[in-house]
Design a binder for this molecule. Structure first.
Ligand SMILES: [Zn+2]
Length: 415
């Protein structure tokens, strides 16, 4: 290959002196590029803040890195990696621009793996990259850890938290998000109050201050409530309206299930009562309307009205909202519907955090975008039992980290 082609490869790899591509070989299945430096080259000392810009070579070790494919063919970079001798710091391994220390992949290859892993299951990434998945995970875990180390949480004030399960009803992971920036700050195994303690510790480790958190949004689980009380002492709790709505829908369904034994017309109508009106078909709306007629005298219909009246709490003027809620509770208490009365008791126990919505307007619905990423993360990490793998993908996709890209394979944390 001529000087021009070698020069092109040198430029394409972004190499700077003394490094250049000295040889290439393509055998029809893979492309190999040899990188080298001229005899007598000197290198800066790798020690931080050392001013020695031209240390003598001590020795070299041959190394190979997998690089981005050349069309469908694997490509490899080869170089003799120098160690230099600094008068002040002794012998040290120099760093190279195309790969991070210890990795068997070039930076661009790693950037590509990160991009793929955001979009497809890791098992598939491994398959299409023709690498063992443990090597892929090592790359993902390295970059997520390194990028998170650089994160600054000092401005965090409003925190939403929620739990999710890796498998239905099993393997819980609690997620903490910055409600203002809409990104995941922290994810950890479990769903007990200790998860909040671990969040507070992580917040502090990133320059944040648990005492500066002014608001939280969560469900009404005692785990979160006691965790917030103990570890985010200045936060005003807002209970997530969507969790409340789900609980109340559950109550409506309990009424329906009890009533269906005597009122067969309620069979197969579960979704009519649970679904948002706007999302029912015209036919379904007609059927619901028929069941809701006062002359039908269905307890389920009364339960649904209590639910609709509760939802209207969120449309009230903030100055009237407390009175509205009080009236709703006292009315619903006399509904003679046990599940509704149980819900009233729940509301009365959590009144303050429900009213807080009118001040904070916080709801985990803001986390909706994050939630769909978390759902996707489960799919990406499917087949891996270790919950830390799911957490890695959550950070990768939902934490808005500054990770290597193809145009900038070396973000701040790598230099
Ligand atoms: Zn030095």
């Amino acid at each position: 290959m001529g000087e021009v082609e070698l020069g092109l490869f040198t430029a394409a790899l972004g190499l700077s002196a003394p490094w250049r591509v000295t040889r290439t070989e393509f055998d029809g299945t893979q492309l190999d590029l040899w990188l080298d430096f001229p005899r007598g080259s000197r290198f800066p000392c790798p020690a931080k803040d050392c001013v020695q810009g031209a240390c003598a070579l001590h020795d070299t070790a041959d190394k190979t890195w997998r690089h981005m494919d050349f069309f469908q063919h694997k490509a490899f970079l080869h170089a003799r990696l120098p160690r230099v001798r600094c008068p002040e710091h002794g012998v040290g391994q120099i760093e190279v621009s195309w790969a991070r220390p210890g990795s068997g992949f070039s930076m661009l290859f790693e950037a590509m793996l990160l991009i793929l892993a955001k979009a497809m299951p890791v098992a598939k990434v491994a398959e299409s990259a023709r690498e063992h998945d443990t090597r892929i995970w090592r790359v993902l875990e390295h970059h997520v850890r390194a990028a998170r180390d650089q994160e600054d949480f000092s401005a965090v004030r409003k925190v939403g938290m929620d739990e999710t399960s890796a498998r239905k009803g099993h393997d819980y992971v609690s997620i903490f998000a910055d409600m203002e920036l809409g990104r995941v700050l922290f994810a950890t195994e479990g769903r007990d109050s200790a998860t909040v303690a671990r969040f507070a510790t992580d917040l502090t480790a990133h320059g944040g201050d648990p005492d500066s958190v002014t608001d939280t949004s969560s469900d009404m689980s005692t785990a979160f409530i006691s965790g917030i009380g103990a570890h985010l002492p200045n936060a005003t709790m807002t209970f997530d309206r969507f969790h409340l709505a789900a609980k109340l829908s559950e109550a409506v369904d309990q009424v329906r299930r009890a009533e269906v034994t005597t009122r067969p017309e309620l069979k197969h109508t579960r979704w009519l009562w649970l679904k948002n009106h706007a999302r029912l078909s015209a036919k379904q709306q007609g059927e619901l309307h028929r069941l809701m007629r006062p002359s039908a005298t269905l307890a389920t219909a009364r339960a649904l009205r209590w639910r609709e009246d509760f939802q209207a709490f969120y449309d009230q003027d903030p100055s009237y909202a407390p009175e509205y809620l009080r009236r709703w509770c006292s009315g619903a208490k006399r509904s003679r519907l046990k599940p509704i009365k149980d819900f009233v008791a729940l509301v009365e126990r959590h009144r303050e955090g429900i009213l807080a919505w009118h001040e904070s307007h916080l709801a985990n619905g803001l986390l909706e975008g994050i939630n769909s990423l978390v759902q996707a993360a489960k799919a990406r990490a499917r087949g891996y039992r270790n919950k830390n793998k799911m957490i890695t993908i959550i950070y990768l996709t939902a934490a808005k980290l500054t990770l290597p890209t193809l145009t900038n394979p070396t973000p701040a944390y790598m230099t």
